[in-house]
Design a protein around this ligand. Structure first.
Ligand SMILES: O=C(O)CCC(=O)C(=O)O
Length: 218
């Protein structure tokens, strides 16, 4: 955590907002406890297999709906066939507060009804390539919460993976919301800075990222 320099909120692109230090230390601790529980089951955290045979370097566990490339399912057919953990009410409430604060729009926050969370854990050299979040059948915003090591979060535009993009340092407790014209912007994590996290969160190493989304599925 950088206690010396101020880290003001920033509108990175239309509909894309970075709110540094949005989660309190207690909220980060509670999220870490919840992520630890989800990581062991009913569907364990795993490296997602990609359709062309590759494997993602981050490990992922899902809540509410199970994500695999191009599909959301209630049951993790690509892992162990179990039904994913239920999406808790408290996580939906956190998402509503996030959207209201990021967009300074209480009505948009009230209307936000996320039904899935993807929990990504970055350890060692794990990174994430530029991609769009487009397996959801909804244009509702994505709420991204970071805990642990700082990362470089690269946020681009919907037309392609290349420039222009903005590199944002996401630290433990930061919130990033992207929706509206930026909902389908390409984004990725080219770098995580090991050893920069705050052990008081309960995470002794690595980086956790939780994204809340609306699947648009019944
Ligand atoms: O780890 C992050 O900050 C980004 C995660 C992400 O892009 C995703 O889950 O689709």
């Amino acid at each position: 955590m950088n206690a010396l320099l101020p880290r003001p909120r920033r509108d990175v692109a239309p509909g894309a907002v970075h709110l540094p230090g949005w989660l309190s230390l207690d909220e980060q601790r509670e999220l870490v406890v919840a992520c630890r529980q989800w990581a062991v089951g009913p569907v364990p955290m795993r490296h997602t297999r990609l359709p062309r045979g590759g494997v993602m370097s981050v490990r992922t566990v899902c809540v509410g709906w199970h994500w695999r490339p191009y599909a959301y399912e209630r049951v993790a057919t690509d892992v162990n066939g179990a039904r994913v953990a239920a999406f808790p009410d408290w996580l939906g409430a956190l998402g509503r507060r996030a959207v209201a604060d990021a967009w300074r729009d209480p009505a948009a926050g009230e209307a936000y009804a996320p039904d899935t969370a993807l929990v990504n854990f970055y350890q060692g050299r794990a990174t994430m390539g530029m991609h769009q979040d487009k397996d959801e059948k909804s244009a509702a915003p994505v709420v991204s919460l970071s805990i642990g090591d700082t990362c470089v979060f690269r946020f681009g535009h919907p037309e392609g993976r290349g420039r222009p993009y903005t590199d944002v340092e996401l630290e433990s407790g930061d919130l990033f919301v992207f929706g509206g014209p930026s909902r389908f912007a390409y984004h990725g994590v080219p770098k995580v800075r090991p050893g920069t996290g705050e052990p008081a969160t309960g995470l002794s190493g690595g980086r956790l990222n939780v994204t809340l989304r609306v699947t648009g599925l019944e």
